[in-house]
Design a protein around this ligand. Structure first.
Ligand code: FAD
Length: 402
């Protein structure tokens, strides 16, 4: 028996391996990871770990001993370089591994700036892996000048850490506002105000024209508004793309990620996918989510289906971001909203998205109760009247009663 091979030892891969065991699979399980570290969680990379508030070992999802206890063979530090779906083998270094079933949990790769505009200069960093953070961390010295390119969550979180540590931070966002792809203008306003209060120079509607360098090292940047600034280093937070390389080379169907059916099966027999790299059927289209919760839930569903459960994966998206003393929690997907209702109580504010009278999603800033109620309503398939949400005296918890 060849057993199950999992390619990609991140959040989804490690969860999938453990779920196979917890569901009673007793055949061989091999988890192959390109990175040398034990499987780890990424959210602290742009938060507590970057700030220096979290030890490296605390990032690990499980201590090494757990994998041997559960008889999960870890092969870390080298990528799977080739997948042959006809022979049912993968190549890792000089070794060829056979599989009965294969799971692709290869995650995402960060977008880089093109070399033509200076993206290949030294001291230009992406924020994806522990190795990325270890490389950039020594540059976080008081008064160092950093340019952050991109006003999404990753760029904003890195900017918040830099500002907290006393760096001089300029953040440019080419679109007309920060968080344009993921949050309402009202939520962006709260986040922008916090950054400005901490001295971050946020420039919206301004892109990077090119980086400037000397002897191969970045020294400055020219922006699309014609201005130039001197910098010591650059953080690129311009999004990610699903890592579909192996799947594409093997002829597996991809469509904004490795395309899977509702069970998590790819177009190749006995090959499955989960996590950031997978796009799945959703409301007549395809959806791909980039979050810890999706990586965990989908990996658990796929593990069960690999063992024959036959249960479709249904996402209940939620996400969080920490910046300064703001804890932003998001439940649901706001795609297609036509109305935002604001709920404000003391220091807490939440923005509720509706399409017509249908509640779609909530962004809660320091409002854990609003977030919890919104998340539960979505899970229960219930809506809520916009005027109830808008009333700060309304007891939202009552909405959860049977
Ligand atoms: P990954 O965790 O990326 O794991 C994929 C692994 O596969 C990688 O280690 C990769 O090296 C490996 N791999 C790829 N190709 C191969 C190959 N050929 N052979 C072997 N191995 C391979 N989400 C939230 O919900 N909340 C947050 O606050 C949050 N903050 C984040 C902050 C940062 C800085 C980052 C980078 C991400 C954050 N995310 C957050 C997103 C979240 O971490 C990801 O959605 C999650 O890690 C996805 O898990 P995954 O297993 O699909 O992919």
């Amino acid at each position: 028996m060849s057993g199950i091979v999992i390619v990609g030892a991140g959040q989804a891969g490690a969860t999938l391996a453990e779920t196979l065991r917890s569901k009673g699979f007793d055949g061989p399980v091999t988890l192959v990871g390109a990175e040398a570290d034990l499987p780890y969680e990424r959210p602290p990379l742009s938060k507590a770990y970057l700030l220096g508030d979290m030890a490296r070992e605390r990032l690990y999802l499980r201590p090494e001993a757990i994998y041997s206890e559960k008889d999960i063979v870890l092969k870390l530090g080298q990528p799977v370089s080739h997948l042959d779906t006809a022979a049912k083998t993968v190549k890792v270094g000089g070794e060829v591994l056979s599989y009965d079933q294969l799971a692709l949990t290869t995650g995402s790769v960060p977008n880089r700036l093109p070399a033509a505009i200076g993206g290949d200069l030294e001291h230009v960093f992406t924020v994806r892996s522990l190795a990325d953070i270890d490389r950039m961390r020594p540059f976080f010295a008081r008064n160092a000048r950093v340019l952050v390119v991109g006003g999404g969550y990753i760029g904003l979180e890195a900017a918040a850490v830099a500002a907290k540590l006393g760096l001089q931070v300029v953040l440019v966002e080419m679109a007309e506002r920060i968080l344009g792809r993921v949050a309402a203008p009202e939520t962006a306003d709260v986040i922008r105000a916090a950054h400005q209060a901490h001295g971050v120079d946020i420039r919206e509607g301004v892109g990077l024209e090119r980086l400037l360098g000397e002897d191969g090292v970045v020294t400055g940047a020219r922006l699309t508004d014609g201005s130039e600034l001197a910098v010591d280093f650059v953080i690129v937070g311009t999004g990610i793309r699903p890592d579909t390389r192996l799947a594409e080379e093997a002829g597996i169907g991809c469509d904004n990620g490795i395309a899977v059916d509702e069970m998590g099966r790819t177009s190749a027999s006995d090959v499955w996918a989960a996590g950031d790299c997978a796009s799945f059927p959703y409301k007549g289209g395809r959806l791909r989510l980039e979050s810890v919760q999706n990586a965990i839930d989908q990996a658990q569903a796929v593990a069960a289906n690999m063992l024959g459960a036959g249960v479709p994966y249904l996402p209940y998206p939620w996400f969080w971001s920490d910046q300064y003393d703001l804890k932003l929690q998001i439940a649901g997907l706001n795609t297609g909203y036509d109305r935002i209702v604001v709920r404000k109580t003391d220091d807490a504010v939440s923005h509720w998205y509706f399409r017509g009278d249908t509640f779609l999603a909530v962004d809660a800033v320091n409002a854990p109760r609003d977030y919890m109620v919104g998340k539960r309503l979505l899970e229960m398939g219930r809506s809520v009247a916009p005027e109830v949400v808008a009333d700060p005296d309304a007891n939202l918890k009552a909405l959860l009663k049977p």
